[in-house]
Structures are given as structure tokens and as C-alpha cells.
Design a protein around this ligand. Sequence first.
Ligand code: CP
Length: 333
Amino acid sequence: MIKNFLKTSDFSRAELEEIIESAAQFKKGELTGKPLSGKSVALVFFNPSLRTRASMQVGIYDLGGNSVILEPGNTSWTLEHRENVVMDSDKTEHLKEFVGVLERYVSLIGVRTFAELKDWNLERTEPILSAFEKYSTKPIINLESAMHHPCQSMADMLTIRERFGKQRKKVLLTWAWHPKPLPMAVPNSFALAAAQFGHDLRIAHPKGYELDAELTAEIERQANENGGSLEITNEIDEAFDNVEVVYAKSWGSFQHYGNADQDIREREIYREKWIVDAAKMQKTNDAIFMHCLPVRRNVIVTDAVIDSANSVVLDEAENRLHVQKAIMAKLIN
Ligand code: CP
């Protein structure tokens, strides 16, 4: 039995459907239980957050629990996660003791640990999240790691479900220009979940901005197994044709991983074209517009699109709360 919530592909379609159904019931007020009554949940943030932090805290409160927020290197000690190291540098506490202590107090541990965008071969192995998983006997919830943001992608799937029911939809995940390289967790997880839910997924990005090859193979396998499909294009002009969902996100290039300056210089040519604007949305089949937030207005998406009636970005943010309550309730039981 799986005890952690680290990525959606650890779960079957049926289990994911169960979480979506439970989240919808929490949202409608049909589920009102307090499975965290008398329990505490640690939320460990190595990186900043608005939605994840606020929705987890509110969700824990709604489920009757208490949240303990820790920010290593800020409101708690700096952490070393590697094994067999001489800790004579800037790290004060080892993750082994950090987790060992925490699990004497709490029933669940949520962790946010972004990619550092320095060493892809290392970061794609999720070294910090994996250390939490290794040392903890309590369930771990991934609140965005180097590779995955499964709470976000489940909120996104609930948002699509609310608009379209259980229909198979034409879904576009489009890269967008951004002034600096960003991690790939959100596009990875969105594409994976869209495939697991059996949508027809099109991923659009400029050449050189491919997602991880192994993950792309998994996305394709999941799409095929679940009755959907995967198409990848480098043509922004055709990418929007007839799609019903547009999900915008920027991410960094593997070719320049660890060399942000080079990526920034080379991506400049995409600035004008790779933005979601009204002209591109006109090519769609009245598509909804999605983004995980935070978003840079008039960089990733124009005001006209994000402020339009087709924009569901606030629904996605709200659905984080309901989905995470469903996930916590599942793990605690
Ligand atoms: N979408 C999301 O995870 O938002 P935060 O980074 O603000 O938590």
C-alpha cells in the first residue's frame, strides 16, 4: 500500500478518481469529517508559496488538525540531506534528525523543495524529497519538488472536470516566454495527470525545451493506457487549433541547465510569439485558460485572456484546498 503522495503516477486512475470525487464532496460541503482531529501536520517550505501554504493551513484546520510550518534556513535550522558528510560547512542539522524529531510530533509531513536549476541529473532524482521519504515513517505529501507538483495537477484535473464532466478533452500545454528559466514540476505533473485522466494532450514548446525524456515516455504510455493521446509540436501558430483547454507554463531548457544566463539570452527570440493572447485563444474551440499561478501578466498571458470569462485560474487555486483535504483524509486513514 502506498503511504505517500509524491506523484500521480504512483496511483491508479481509480484511486485518482476517488480523490477527485472526495475533493468535489469537500467542496460541496457533503464531506465534513474531522480526520485530523487531535493531530498535527508539519509543512516544510524550502521555497516561497502563497497558494500551497495558505490552502494547506486552511485545509488542515478544516479537517480538525493543527499545522506546524517550518522554513529550513529561515525559521528553522539549515538542513543537510546527504549521507556520510562531515557537516563543517553552513548546514546545522541533518534531515535524519529533523524528520526523526518531527514525526514524534506530527501525523503527516508536507514538503516543498524546488529544483535548484543547477544539476539536472542530480535534481531529477529528487534528493531532498527522497530523503524525507527514506527517513519518515509518517506519510509525506509532495508540495512541489524538482520533478512533480501533484497537488497542483489534481486541482487542475478537478477544475477541468467541473467545466466538462468526464469528457475526454483536447488539452494544450504550452510553453511561454518568461525572463528566466523556471523548474519543470508543474508542466511535468500537469502533462502526466492529463494523460492519466485520458485526455488528448498536445505539448507545445520551442526546440530545446523538451520535457524529461523518461517522463515523456511515461506520459505517452499513460495517455495510451487511459484512452487519450500525446502529440508534441514546436509550432506555436498551429498549437492552439481546436483545443478546449489551454494550460500555459514556462520552464527552463535542458541544454542550458545550470547556465541561466545562456538560456536567458537564447530564449529572447521567443518573447513576442510565445505568449497566450486573444488571437491565439480565437483559434481554440472556446478553450478555458489555465495557469497554476503566480503568473506574470502580459509576459505569459495577456490581461485580456486572464481576465476573460474563460479564465479558470482562481478555480484552480481554490481547488488546491479541496483536493489537498481529500489527499490528507486518504493518507490519514
Ligand atoms: N501554484 C502554486 O503552487 O502556488 P504557490 O507557489 O504560491 O504555492
